[in-house]
Design a protein around this ligand. Structure first.
Ligand SMILES: [Fe+2]
Ligand SMILES: [Fe+2]
Length: 282
């Protein structure tokens, strides 16, 4: 059955260990989907198993580690640190491809435009991954030379409802890239690595678009289910970063362009009012 084959194809791509094959199959699926009719995505249910059970494949030679064991701030003043940064962004982009495919296969019965939008983003994530792989080669290395993790996937699968998944994946996890981008580009520029800075800049502008797509479909999913999109999002934010964690610096400009409201921005910054009843004693 055609409908089922799309889900199965996505499972195959997620499980694929070879990165080049994974990227090629994703591009083909996205290109095909643009030509196919609405029926393709109107599948009646999930394939044999929930996708959360499908662990994304990585080459056997790669070292897949617990995300907490990866030191998160490489020193960008030295070439090794810059290489590690590009490698970690490549890991995020690769994960982003898989998260977009999961956003298609995990949620049957959505409007066809939803699936097209997710696959269009997946297609751009393939390009981002390729740009970073190219940069790693130029720097004398190769994707997979550093330890990688599946932290984004591990977080995403905890949300199996569409408002939760879209609130968390594009609007919290993916949007964090916007918040750190300008600082990283500055530091790379100061260190004289203008090529890497340019790659991150191009990715930055496309990521605003991705997060914006996430916002559009997040709101639609909430409204369809009778949820207040703002209140629900603020709730999700508090689960990721409790108010007591203190104020955070975010990319207001980029996030406003991606559709965040003032109330959402304040929650992300840790500057929103805490309701009386929730206030902690300590
Ligand atoms: Fe990306
Ligand atoms: Fe993205």
């Amino acid at each position: 059955m055609l409908e089922r084959s799309v889900v199965q194809e996505i499972q195959g791509i997620l499980e694929e260990r070879d990165i080049e094959t994974k990227l090629r199959l994703t591009t083909r699926l996205c290109a095909d989907s643009a030509k196919l009719g609405t029926a393709v995505f109107r599948y009646p249910g999930k394939a044999d198993q929930p996708l959360g059970a499908v662990r994304p494949g990585r080459p056997e030679s790669w070292q897949v580690v617990d995300p907490s064991t990866i030191p998160d701030r490489p020193k960008l003043g030295d070439p090794r640190g810059r290489y590690r940064l590009i490698h970690s962004v490549a890991n995020i982009e690769l994960a982003a491809i898989e998260l977009m495919l999961m956003a298609v296969a995990d949620f049957p019965g959505e409007p066809q435009e939803y699936y097209q939008a997710m696959l269009q983003v997946a297609r751009e994530e393939v390009m981002h991954t390729r740009m970073l792989m190219r940069r790693l080669k130029q720097l004398g290395g190769e994707f997979g030379s550093e330890p990688v993790h599946l932290g984004l996937w591990e977080t995403a699968i905890r949300w199996d409802d569409l408002p939760g998944r879209l609130g968390v994946v594009p609007r919290i996890l993916e949007a964090r890239g916007l918040d750190v981008s300008d600082r990283l580009r500055d530091q790379l520029g100061k260190a004289g690595d203008h090529e890497s800075a340019e790659v991150l800049e191009r990715i930055y502008y496309e990521e605003i678009g991705h997060v914006g797509v996430g916002t559009t479909w997040y709101r639609a999913a909430c409204e369809l289910r009778g949820l207040d999109p703002e209140a629900h999002f603020v709730d999700l934010v508090h689960r990721f970063q409790p108010r007591r964690a203190g104020p955070r610096r975010i990319d207001r400009e980029g996030r406003i362009a991606a559709g965040f409201t003032e109330r959402e921005l304040l929650a992300l910054e840790g500057r929103d009012e805490e309701p009386e009843g929730e206030r902690a004693d300590s």
